[in-house]
Design a protein around this ligand. Structure first.
Ligand code: RET
Length: 251
């Protein structure tokens, strides 16, 4: 009678593929950093750390670690008897939250440095981001499908709006002050980031949240987003930034 939702072959293969992509990206980004003087390596170091952390988390998930079954009760919708519930046990990949709690702050620091955000605003964006990931973790594991689950989800979404606000409002203003080239690039790469990041809570809502998406589809959806948010974002940032006039500045 209970339903078990877990990974099959296609999900497992996808996890290994993304692991390999993250390792290759880490090697390429580290290699690129050796071509610039030590004083100009900050973006390279940050971006390489992001893909290294992702490699570790994907390795864990591909080998079956960082995963645990979570039980929720789902209300039977086509049942006329009131208050009957169906038990759903689903694999929740908590390794993702470990990864995100480190890598999303690093991604924001990448963007904040590019925009020239001041220390206070940078810290607020990073703290809001950590709150988003940790309350998202509570939403994933808390409360057997009770309303608190969506309460935590709501708090995470509010924290996410704070992050977006710092990028869209403060980041745009300060990046423009660094010159029109930096301003234009920031708007493009921060816009890309906001579009990709906004898809995470949507995937979460259909998969971990309401459990309407299979575990394999969830893995594939996050795989596409993770590749865009880390290796593609990183390559775009490093290649473009190297050509910007502000590359003369030591960081
Ligand atoms: C959760 C669920 C709770 C609501 C919100 C979420 C947002 C997650 C985001 C994740 C971004 C991850 C990235 C990973 C890099 O590879 C925790 C899914 C708002 C924005 C960029």
């Amino acid at each position: 009678r209970p339903t078990y939702q877990h990974v099959h072959d296609s999900g497992s293969r996808t996890l290994w593929v993304v692991f390999v992509i993250m390792v290759i990206a880490s090697i390429v980004f580290a290699g690129m950093s050796w071509r610039v003087p030590v004083s100009k390596r900050l973006y390279y170091v940050l971006t390489t750390m992001i893909t290294i952390f992702a490699s570790i988390s994907y390795f864990a998930m591909a080998t079956g670690h960082g995963i645990s079954y979570n039980h929720i009760k789902v209300r039977e919708s086509h049942n006329h008897v009131p208050d009957t519930f169906h038990d759903v046990y689903r694999q929740v990949f908590w390794a993702r939250y470990v990864d995100w709690s480190v890598t999303t702050p690093l991604l924001l620091i990448d963007l904040g440095l590019l925009a020239g955000l001041n220390g206070g605003h940078m810290l607020m964006a990073v703290v809001a981001d950590i709150i988003m990931i940790l309350t998202g973790l509570f939403a994933a594991f808390g409360s057997e499908g009770t309303p608190q689950k969506w309460g935590w989800y709501t708090i995470a979404c509010i924290a996410y709006l704070v992050v977006v606000w710092h990028l869209a409002i403060n980041g745009r203003v300060t990046s423009k002050a660094k010159g029109s080239k930096v301003g234009k690039f920031f708007v493009a790469i921060a816009g890309f980031t906001v579009i990709i990041w906004t898809l995470y809570p949507i995937v979460w809502g259909i998969s971990d949240g309401s459990r309407k998406m299979s575990v394999d589809s969830e893995i594939i959806a996050y795989a596409v987003l993770d590749i865009l948010a880390k290796p593609v974002f990183g390559a775009w940032l490093l290649i473009t930034h190297a050509r910007l006039p502000e590359t003369d500045i030591d960081l």
